[in-house]
Design a protein around this ligand. Structure first.
Ligand code: FES
Ligand SMILES: [Fe+2]
Length: 347
């Protein structure tokens, strides 16, 4: 299932320059590239001449040139040049590629995937704590970025990022504490704008894991509980804030649905401690380690897709955030915004 008519974060802004970059969303291939004025274009990656991938093309004179016969497409998708045509031969009217509404904010490129008229589109999510301009930044935080690919549906990946109670089991080797699996009661903080849910978060105090390695040398022995905030910004971004004695970690992660059963998490991990460049590698390594701990579990979940019924599977109190996601999803399905199968042109 894919929820259409929303803004999806599909790539980092800093990965998109003039050279076209392939982005995929539920079976649709798109190219992202930057115009001279720095605006990012999101267009269908399929050339209408013979179907060549425009991701292998180049930008020439502020237009995207196909690598096969050199047809050129302007940012508005209209073909402006067919090199094999003699001078004066008109370009066919339907020589154009689809253009997706596209915005750059919070360090991500957001593409609107759907068929609603612009004035009815839900707004782009606002990622609390991040500055909205190009690079993902927050004052005093140092970011690292990365991709992690899963053989799993994006909603399973997103829900896993919201799931608090798996940490003592799946992450007992890193931040989870297997001796304290109970989750204290927490409240959901749900924000709506124009009747659309724009964020759902919850904060809970978790028992810290016993420190290991290097961290054992600098951590206090009587470690206080760790105030942790988890949440999501529909449709595909999750957020985690961990307040350690040393400082704060913030993980923003976009679960990009490449296909029905493949997802890439585009993550931005920010930290307020050890902010010099030498610690970047360690921050990145720790983030990948967490994803690697999750991977076999998430890829094993059955059914592969989230059930359509909101109350299918069993839910307990500590699943409240995932349940909030399923309620949000159900609202979208009622509107007819759920797509069962991937399609090239259907979004
Ligand atoms: S396939 Fe693109 S120009 Fe021919
Ligand atoms: Fe996890």
């Amino acid at each position: 299932m894919f929820i259409k008519n929303h803004w999806y974060a599909v790539e980092f802004g800093h990965r998109v320059a003039q050279q076209p970059v392939l982005a995929q969303a539920y079976g649709q291939d798109m190219v992202l590239w930057r115009s001279r004025n720095h605006a990012v274009n999101a267009q269908s990656a399929v050339c209408v001449h013979r179907g060549c991938s425009l991701a292998g093309g180049a930008v020439v004179d502020d237009a995207l040139q196909c690598p096969y016969h050199g047809w050129r497409y302007a940012p508005n998708g209209i073909c402006v040049k067919i090199p094999a045509n003699s001078k004066g031969v008109p370009i066919p009217k339907n020589a154009r590629i689809r253009v997706y509404p596209c915005l750059e904010r919070y360090g991500f490129i957001w593409v609107f995937l759907g068929d609603l008229p612009a004035e009815q589109c839900p707004a782009i999510p606002e990622l609390d704590g991040l500055e909205s301009h190009r690079e993902a930044r927050a004052k005093g935080y140092k970011p690292v970025f990365g991709d992690f690919t899963w053989k799993a549906n994006y909603e399973r990946v997103l829900e896993n990022a919201l799931d608090i109670s798996h940490a003592p089991f799946v992450h007992s080797g890193s931040f989870g504490n297997p001796d304290h699996p109970e989750i204290l009661d927490f409240d959901l903080d749900i924000t709506r704008r124009n009747s659309h849910v724009v964020s759902v978060t919850a904060s809970v105090d978790l028992e810290p894991s016993p420190p290991s390695g290097f961290w054992r040398l600098i951590a206090r022995r009587d470690q206080p509980r760790v105030r942790t905030t988890v949440g999501f910004y529909p449709p595909n971004v999750s957020m985690l804030i961990v307040r350690l004695a040393l400082g704060e970690l913030r993980l923003f992660s976009a679960a990009v649905p490449l296909t029905e059963h493949r997802t890439v998490s585009k993550f931005c991990m920010l930290r307020t401690f050890f902010t010099s460049a030498w610690a970047d590698r360690d921050a990145q390594r720790r983030t990948y380690r967490i994803f690697l701990e999750d991977q076999p579990i998430v890829e094993s979940l059955q059914p592969k897709q989230l059930p359509s019924e909101p109350l299918a599977e069993l839910h307990v109190k500590s699943d409240a955030i995932q349940l909030a996601y399923r309620r949000w999803r159900q609202e979208q399905l009622v509107k007819g915004w759920g797509l069962q199968t991937p399609c090239q042109q259907g979004l």
